[in-house]
Design a protein around this ligand. Structure first.
Ligand SMILES: [Fe+2]
Ligand SMILES: [Fe+2]
Length: 418
């Protein structure tokens, strides 16, 4: 087969294909592995479970399709070994909304369902679709309604080269603890949140893991980048996730809390409404009798990466509250390095016998920044140039934290005791 090339006569399609492949591979070298534009299908894709505010009795699932079929349904039943799964209950009808991230003729319909009235500590099978075309059956487990031991995974910024480098971190973490109750990502899931191709890469990197292991995530500064400013969360955030809405009304699905088997996990939005969140947090923590309080947000209070960073405003706002309620652990990202502090109370390393807050900064993606030496005296461990994941085991009397490299080697660890 031949085609005509202007001014050069005929060239073979094979030669042209080879040239195109060279150009594509050169581009991949500079931009990282990625795929071409993805058109949504009728088949459910990008399925992700999110924890709700009541994970012992409910679970949220979100997915997307093309906009041809507008129906949103899911079905669920307690997991069993039958070859044919036939739910006793009728299909659950969910909600959907249409987004058009590329601003072209390809509309995407994002669907969500919240499974309610579930039994605690129980495996369920579920399926999503339009009532005609269905996803595969997947399964998840609800939380216990008591303080019982469990583990969860923590990831700092994935953000860059998601397909090429981040996929192995998610896979290694899952390989290490496939029974982890959930995963948390502390922001900067992608670099340009308006670019649906980057979200596609995120879902490729995570694979089927979020279909069975629920995730919670907070927005980083990158999820707030709209091309000019950082004032509004990307329009792709809320349609893609179904996160709790039990925080400030103006920060629905970006600032919220979850109680999970003795842990109160509070996810804050580090971008906007900082003062309002401080008031809310003070009130929220005054009511909890949880064994452990863990905070998660994007921008660290004590920067360990990038020399010119210093989050003094957040320190002034939040540290007195952390000290007042003896917050145990703070999980953060943003700095693209690793750091784990000594227990700190109001800016000082806690004296022996005094309870302090441990601050952790981590990163799961390949982008690394230079170390920031401003707070070196407050940190037990600092490092850069590693992609990391963390396994946090929560027991009623003990919290065991372990940080690993992508090779599964232990990078840092500590234990907190009640
Ligand atoms: Fe960031
Ligand atoms: Fe980042």
């Amino acid at each position: 087969m031949m085609i005509r090339s202007k001014g050069k006569g005929k060239i073979s399609l094979v030669k042209l294909t080879v040239k195109c492949l060279i150009v594509v591979s050169l581009l991949a070298t500079f931009t990282g592995l990625s795929f071409g534009a993805e058109r949504p299908a009728q088949f459910p894709e990008r399925i992700i479970l999110n924890l709700t505010a009541d994970p012992a009795h409910s679970m949220a699932v979100t997915w997307r399709t093309n906009d041809i079929n507008t129906k949103t349904v899911a079905r669920i039943l307690p997991a069993n070994a039958a070859v044919k799964l036939v739910p006793a209950e009728p299909n659950i009808v969910g909600v959907s909304e249409v987004i058009n991230p590329k601003n072209d003729s390809v509309a995407i319909r994002c669907h969500s369902v919240v499974f309610k009235n579930l039994q605690p500590n129980t495996f369920y099978n579920y399926q999503v679709g339009d009532g005609n075309v269905w996803s595969e059956w997947s399964q998840f487990k609800t939380a216990s309604d008591k303080s019982e031991p469990f583990s969860f995974l923590f990831f700092g910024d994935p953000q860059n080269q998601l397909v090429e480098y981040v996929s192995r971190v998610f896979r290694q973490a899952y390989r290490a603890v496939p029974t982890a109750a959930f995963g948390i990502i502390t922001g900067d899931l992608v670099t340009d949140p308006r670019n649906d191709d980057e979200w596609r890469d995120f879902y490729y990197a995570a694979g089927w893991i979020p279909r069975e292991m629920p995730f919670v995530m907070v927005p980083g500064n990158h999820e707030y980048y709209d091309g000019a400013d950082y004032r509004t969360v990307t329009p792709l955030w809320r349609p893609q996730f179904t996160l709790p809405e039990n925080g400030l009304r103006q920060l629905a699905e970006t600032s919220y809390f979850v109680d999970y088997q003795g842990l109160r996990l509070v996810c804050l939005n580090g971008n906007i409404y900082m003062e309002e969140q401080a008031v809310w947090l003070d009130s929220l923590l005054s009511t909890t009798s949880a064994d452990w309080i863990v905070l998660a947000f994007h921008q660290p209070l004590y920067n360990t990466g990038t020399t010119d960073r210093d989050n003094e405003k957040a320190r002034k706002l939040y540290e007195p509250i952390f000290a007042k309620y003896q917050v145990d652990l703070v999980l953060q990202g943003h700095d693209h390095v690793y750091g784990r502090s000594y227990p700190i109370v109001n800016g000082k390393i806690a004296e022996k016998g005094v309870k302090g807050t441990v601050y952790v900064v981590s990163v799961s993606g390949p982008k690394s920044y230079a170390m920031n030496s401003k707070f070196t005296d407050k940190f037990v461990k600092m490092g850069t140039g590693q992609q990391l994941y963390q396994v946090i085991k929560v027991c009623p009397k003990e919290l065991d934290y372990r940080c690993y490299t992508t090779a599964g080697e232990l990078y840092d660890s500590f234990t907190l005791e009640k």
